[in-house]
Design a protein around this ligand. Structure first.
Ligand code: PLP
Length: 418
């Protein structure tokens, strides 16, 4: 967002305050221009013959976002059969979808296979069973390179104690499964976690995959997962994708020459593509001065945006109702009946009840982690695209809260009006 003539504006000159007026708060808004920019950055950064970017859709699964990604030429990384079905519904070709589940049943993997998507297997026992049943169906193998990376323990998934992937020390076992079943391994994959800053982490992971690749003759692609860190505030540290792209591309091209085939270099970014594209707008219900703190209490909480409470994530907050004037220090909290603090000691232009606060970086893992806790409705979502704003999800209603609940006749309804 930028400020022009005393107003905050999204791309194409769309005014968020008008969207809040029209669609009410709390409201998620996504700016497609930022998604496009991020895809272009990746395409420009990686100079290899074959590059495939599979959007990790668990970050943000609105079907219109999926369709936009499809239009922009990405594939899709899915972690559940439901995400896979959403991808198909959004128009992705099965071969452009990779299914990377963890700890799911063989039955679910078989269902996914029938859609013709790429199957990524992260467990040696499943690999063995799959190989015996479907030796002719090519698979990808998720390798755990035992790299300690990622911004915090919840999002660090490639280390030695992690439940994800097949340890690279188990390669002899993987080869035994291939030899005895005739299974064709067409892809290798790693995903070490989120918020990786260091190109060297990727490069050392890459070397581990290359070592394994040398022993597997049928490969078509190598997938380096994701974990790119985006900035959370002005001048924040972030993954230098251009630098990373240069280093990985050089090494990848060398490896392809050695391997004797142009493999596809794959990535599956979630956060990198959508985090900065999203904003979450809330209305201030109360300003409450206690002995030590001034609280700004807003019409939302951990039910809508749980990252600050779950991961200690930082989301920049601004009072977009006032672009200038004196600032004060606030602790921004939600309305949920337990501690749900969005941000402590935030400098905001003086807040009055009814003002609209904007949370930045609300595109990834925000709406998709929202719940109905406290029986609140989940927010509406809006997409800003080429200068226009489109409602892409309606706010919920009481019907949504009651949907799927079964009225037992043994309890007399006391008040049918509700
Ligand atoms: C979540 C996930 C991603 C995306 O991670 P980001 O940090 O959002 O880029 C990629 N690959 C797999 C297998 C994942 O589970």
């Amino acid at each position: 967002m930028e400020i022009q003539n005393n107003r905050y504006l999204l791309s194409g000159g769309v005014a968020p305050l008008e969207l809040c007026e029209q669609y009410d708060c709390p409201l998620y808004v996504y700016d497609s221009a930022i998604i496009e920019r991020q895809i272009k950055r990746m395409k420009d950064a990686f100079t290899v013959k074959k590059l495939k970017i599979n959007y990790a859709c668990k970050a943000l699964t609105n079907i219109n976002i999926l369709r936009l990604m499809n239009q922009l030429g990405t594939g899709l990384d899915t972690v559940s059969i439901q995400e896979l079905k959403l991808g198909i519904k959004a128009g992705f070709r099965p071969e452009d979808i990779i299914y990377t589940p963890n700890c799911v049943s063989l039955e679910e993997i078989e269902k996914a296979m029938k859609y013709g998507v790429k199957i990524n297997i992260d467990n040696i026992f499943i690999l063995e069973q799959f190989g015996q049943k479907y030796p002719n169906h090519p698979v990808c193998v998720r390798i755990n390179p035992h790299i300690m990376a990622g911004g915090n323990t919840k999002i660090s998934v490639g280390h030695i104690d992690s439940k994800f992937g097949i340890s690279f020390h188990q390669l002899p076992h993987v080869k035994r499964v291939i030899e005895t079943t005739g299974l064709q391994v067409s892809g290798l994959h790693m995903h070490t976690g989120s918020d990786i800053l260091d190109a060297d982490v990727f490069l050392s992971g890459a070397e581990i995959l290359f070592n394994i690749a040398r022993e597997l003759p049928d490969l078509e692609y190598i997938d380096f997962g994701s974990g790119f860190k985006v900035p959370y505030k002005p001048n924040d540290i972030s993954t230098d994708i251009e630098d990373l792209g240069e280093k990985i591309s050089t090494r990848f091209n060398e490896f392809c020459t050695e391997y004797g085939r142009d493999l596809t270099l794959m990535f599956e970014p979630g956060k990198f593509l959508v985090s900065e594209a999203g904003y979450f707008f809330v209305k201030v219900n109360v300003v409450k001065q206690t002995i030590s703190t001034v609280f700004a209490g807003v019409d939302s909480g951990l039910n809508h945006l749980i990252r600050p409470m779950f991961y200690d994530s930082y989301h920049q907050i601004e009072n977009i109702s006032k672009t200038e004037g004196k600032t004060r220090i606030y602790t921004v909290v939600g309305y949920i009946c337990e501690t749900d603090t969005f941000g402590i000691n935030r400098k905001l232009t003086e807040v009055q009840e009814g003002d609209i606060l904007a949370f930045y970086n609300a595109g990834a893992y925000c709406f998709t982690m929202a719940s109905n806790y406290n029986s609140r409705f989940r927010p509406a979502e809006v997409l800003v695209h080429e200068g226009k704003a489109y409602l892409i999800r309606q706010r919920e209603t009481m019907e949504d809260i009651l949907r799927n609940q079964v009225d037992l006749p043994i309890f007399e309804p006391q008040n049918v009006e509700g």
